[in-house]
Design a protein around this ligand. Sequence first.
Ligand SMILES: Cc1cc2nc3c(=O)[nH]c(=O)nc-3n(C[C@H](O)[C@H](O)[C@H](O)COP(=O)(O)OP(=O)(O)OC[C@H]3O[C@@H](n4cnc5c(N)ncnc54)[C@H](O)[C@@H]3O)c2cc1C
Length: 323
Amino acid sequence: MGISRRAFLERVGKAGGYGALFVTMQGLGLLAAAQAYAGPPDLPPGSGKGVKVVVLGGGIAGLVSAYELRKAGYEVTVLEARERPGGRVWSIRRGTTVVQEGRPDQYVDWDEGRHHYFNAGPARIPQTHHAILGYCRDLKVPLEVMVNANRLAKLDFGGKVVTNAQATNDTRGAFAELLAKSIDRGALDQELTGLDKGRLIGFLSAYGDLTPQKVYGGSVRSGFKDWPGGYQHPPTAADPLKLKDMMDARFWGISLLFEEIIDMQATMLQPVGGMDRIAYALADAVQPSLRYGAVVREIRREGRGRASPSPTPPEPRHSTPTM
Ligand SMILES: Cc1cc2nc3c(=O)[nH]c(=O)nc-3n(C[C@H](O)[C@H](O)[C@H](O)COP(=O)(O)OP(=O)(O)OC[C@H]3O[C@@H](n4cnc5c(N)ncnc54)[C@H](O)[C@@H]3O)c2cc1C
């Protein structure tokens, strides 16, 4: 029995909803969808001359849009509901008021100081985020290294608390021992030549800090039972965690893999003085276009189909951090 394309798509929509229908139509070549693009916009200087654009929201996306559009000659207005730029990019410091619904406001009364701030939103810029790093360079926002991971941070191991260093290195040691045993017992003879087996055992010994008998008996990489006390007193390694206990441990979830995510890998960067330095630098660059306290309540279609946002005065209460 044949089925028309329309009937087929109707059924996909009923079964899988909008998302499924969208992807199916893309797959059938019925819907041209632009590929996500994160490179520099193709906006030659002067290409926007005589064109007015309203940007809704002065978060980092709105600010960057306004910055690029202005460079191309567009006449830009950014309508931002709050009294500050950045949106979720929000660094709090002395003088900031955190306005809360249904609970008392909080006032930040920390000492003044270049490092006395807290990034309440984004805090890290991966070195692979070339676009935002490019804006930092253009706008002369100084950056510094941000330490994203701490090997001596503690992980809760079913009630027993161990350092990330111990969890990581004991896992590595246990796996290296298992793999070395498998190789010795011939389990990988199909996959490896004799030479390769020797090479891999050599690597595993170093990788897992195995003994010459190819056993993992703990490693000073995981921490110390006896701390080093000079030449006469070399350290001894912390007792290793048991493989069975590690199998049951929650740290074998994301905890040990967090730093492997490409966006979490060192070197991580941050603006000196708070993440909002980028938002304020962009805001300075587009200043004549910015309107704070402008809450967009509706977008109306007019005459020839143009959209026209109508900002109205904001609610009386704002969260208004100071710089
Ligand atoms: C806790 C936290 C941690 C994060 N950590 C990181 C990180 O480390 N690294 C990273 O890269 N990303 C991180 N992110 C994600 C990043 O903050 C966001 O992706 C980014 O800030 C979003 O920017 P945006 O401009 O799209 O949206 P927003 O920042 O939400 O900006 C939207 C703007 O629109 C305004 N607005 C909304 N409605 C109206 C209206 N009706 N009228 C007028 N104005 C309006 C808002 O006030 C706001 O200023 C984090 C986010 C959070 C919340």
